[in-house]
Design a protein around this ligand. Structure first.
Ligand SMILES: CCN(CC)CCN(C[C@]12C[C@](c3ccc(C(F)(F)F)cc3)(C1)C2)C(=O)Cn1c(SCc2ccc(F)cc2)nc(=O)c2c1C=CC2
Length: 396
């Protein structure tokens, strides 16, 4: 549709009691550093602008690579359709200090990046979470960058900073390359990056000086003593769901996990031996389900009550990332960015079930238990477990 119809397709605002701010953090000038977008409860900052949803045109180039489009085409298409989209969080708004907030680390999917799950991250922040949406440097993101000090030789106009962005683009699978080993290597790096992000936030919480190579006027010191260090969880979509499982197995400080439409291929067999001890919630879309994937989820052991699985009826894989909100009906249907269920209804079910699960396993003192029935798959448009038939093929 034309841009004016898109205007009515906005990313939903947070529905919780807090206003939401967001800011970007990149530590050290190397790919080994941490790069994340922080969504947080903010003071009611009317003067701050909403943050740009896709902040650099290089993300359009990466998306074009990922979607097998020419960059020259992709850049214009994305610029026209989503170039003016902002996410409903105030850029660099002052952090609301004075209470301790639980922490969520969020891991994006294949071909995605840190800013395109803002409907989920903003809702969680509005409900009183600090959310660190990491951007992975494992070449699974459409695009990401790190900052490099400019070599002295280049002309240093005083206006521009002495930093330049070194871009890392999505790595396509090479012909003949075995996908499983590439994805298994990547999911290990992704888990390390989630743990690194956790450590950076905890350092900030302890009042250590933050070295943020991205110059912004955000005051990181306000986060001192603001993280509830005993209430930390990890969440992710698709490849990010596999990253949740890997992160839980590697880091006990992640007290529980939520995997949205987890893609189980990258998860190594070792995980199933010493299975995950922490509580884990699988929230699946109706369409992204096949026996092998579901069987691997079940292999993690659903006998104990702290492993749960629900399916949102009428939803699709893209019901979790933000594109489901910003695409018009036509494009949305064509690219399967929308299912039969209204995108806002689907994300509400996912977010409410997540909040109820987090309240139970992080022992939060909120009223999220009103959504407990959703975690048991009881409610409109939700069913317990999976909607596919797992019984082995019956002989003809
Ligand atoms: C093209 C061939 N193929 C490359 C491997 C991509 C095939 N594909 C289905 C797509 C992503 C699709 C998409 C997006 C976005 C528009 C847009 F136009 F709206 F921008 C259009 C069309 C194309 C739906 C997926 O990969 C699905 N998927 C995803 S999609 C995460 C994502 C990425 C970029 C976004 F902008 C939004 C969401 N994350 C995963 O972790 C996993 C999978 C599959 C297994 C593991």
């Amino acid at each position: 549709g034309s841009s004016n119809t898109e205007k009515f397709y906005r990313i939903p605002e947070g529905k919780g009691p807090h206003s939401v701010g967001c800011t970007d953090l990149m530590t050290e000038n190397a790919a080994e550093g941490s790069f994340l977008r922080l969504y947080y409860p903010s003071c009611n900052a009317t003067e701050n602008e909403e943050a740009p949803w896709i902040p650099d045109k290089e993300y359009y180039h990466g998306l074009s690579d990922f979607l097998n489009m020419y960059r020259i085409v992709g850049e214009r298409l994305f610029q026209y359709y989503v170039g003016s989209v902002t996410c409903p969080a105030k850029s660099n708004a002052a952090f609301k200090s004075g209470e301790k907030y639980p922490l969520l680390v969020f891991s994006h999917g294949l071909g995605a990046f840190r800013t395109i799950y803002s409907a989920i991250c903003i809702e969680m922040a509005s409900q009183g979470f600090i959310v660190a949406a990491v951007e992975h440097r494992d070449e699974s993101a459409s695009a990401t960058y790190y900052c490099k000090r400019k070599s002295v030789s280049e002309p240093q106009e005083e206006s521009t900073s002495n930093m330049e962005k070194e871009w890392i683009y999505y790595r396509k699978l090479k012909s003949g390359e075995e996908e499983r080993s590439l994805r298994h290597r990547q999911v290990q790096q992704r888990a390390q990056e989630c743990i690194k992000a956790l450590n950076v936030i905890l350092e900030i919480n302890s009042g250590e000086e933050v070295m943020n190579v991205l110059n912004s006027n955000f005051d990181w010191n306000l986060l001192k003593d603001s993280v509830d260090t005993s209430r930390i969880a990890v969440m992710g979509h698709s490849f990010g769901g596999a990253t949740v499982i890997e992160s839980l197995s590697k880091e006990i400080r992640f007290r529980c996990g939520i995997a949205l439409d987890a893609w189980m291929l990258p998860v190594g067999d070792d995980i199933y031996q010493n299975s995950i001890q922490q509580p884990l919630l699988f929230i699946n879309s109706e369409k992204f389900q096949w026996a092998d994937n579901i069987l691997k989820m079940k292999k993690l052991g659903f006998n104990d009550t702290n492993k749960k699985m629900i399916t949102i009826k009428g939803s699709v894989h893209q019901s979790f990332p933000d594109f489901t909100f910003v695409s018009g009906e036509l494009i949305g249907r064509f690219f399967k960015l929308k299912g039969e269920i209204d995108p806002n209804e689907a994300i509400d079910i996912s977010n409410h079930a997540s909040l109820a699960f987090l309240q139970k396993h992080l022992s939060l003192k909120k009223d999220f238990s009103k959504w407990d029935s959703l975690v048991d798959g009881i409610g409109p448009n939700v069913i317990p477990g999976t909607n596919i038939d797992l019984s082995p093929a019956q002989p003809e």
